[in-house]
Design a binder for this molecule. Structure first.
Ligand SMILES: [Zn+2]
Length: 241
């Protein structure tokens, strides 16, 4: 199920289709907004991406587009997302990134709007400890290479970036890592918003403790196990079991 940089285009597309269904099941959908992409292993200057006008759970082998680092469609006939530049500019800036995901999950949007940094009030938050950028240039859609480059600069070497009053961009080396990362970020933001709304949170655990947890939950194997579980759950629901 989990793919890596050596996977074929077909295997990547299959995992991307399942990822879209998992993301919708986990509340990461917002009408037809939100998009996921994966860098093609045989050509690092191109990537496969969900098309415009369909939901994350409506990705098919035939509607996935192949796009280059200028945001130009090189294969496929579906409509391209105007925010393609989030993906192209991150792939240009970060050779280590193979998957990019952009969604608008409500608690993460709320956290981005608060202007407050992420706090380690829960275990999922540790994944983003000192690894979450903030993009504050605009609330608008990222519709140019220049704006995409701004998002890539805000991401810097981090795992993810909050787009203020807009959404999240999460990166990874596999689709599993990226999807699970987005779900964990939303969970962390939810706990933080509840905690801060309740007021007077107690001190976080010391840096060394948090760093150990971050290391332990950053393992590729663990992302794969949890992604595969969510895929099985989606399939059970589809089968009515
Ligand atoms: Zn957006």
């Amino acid at each position: 199920m989990s793919q890596d940089a050596s996977s074929s285009h077909d295997a990547i597309k299959e995992t991307m289709i399942l990822a879209g269904k998992v993301l919708v099941a986990e509340g990461q959908d917002d009408f037809t907004r939100g998009h996921i992409s994966f860098r093609t292993p045989d050509n690092p200057a191109q990537f496969l991406m969900k098309p415009h006008s369909v939901g994350l759970d409506e990705i098919t082998r035939d509607n996935i587009l192949t796009i280059d680092l200028d945001g130009k469609v090189v294969a496929g006939t579906a409509k391209r997302h105007s925010e393609v530049f989030i993906h192209s500019e991150i792939y240009r800036a970060r050779p280590d990134v193979h998957c990019v995901l952009h969604t608008h999950p409500p608690y993460a949007v709320a956290l981005s709007s608060s202007g407050r940094p992420i706090r380690v009030y829960s275990q999922p938050a540790a994944l983003f400890y000192e690894s979450l950028g903030v993009y504050t240039d605009t609330i608008n859609l990222i519709r140019s290479a220049e704006m995409g480059a701004g998002v890539a600069r805000a991401l810097a070497t981090h795992r993810a970036v909050l787009l203020k009053n807009h959404g999240v961009v999460v990166t990874g080396t596999t689709i599993a890592e990226t999807v699970i990362g987005a779900i964990m970020l939303e969970n962390a933001a939810q706990v933080q918003m509840i905690t801060e709304a309740a007021g007077q949170p107690a001190a976080e655990f010391p840096r060394a403790d948090v760093e150990k947890l971050k290391h332990d939950i950053s393992r590729q194997e663990q992302f794969g196990i949890n992604f595969d579980y969510l895929v099985r759950r989606v399939k059970r629901r589809e089968a009515g079991r």
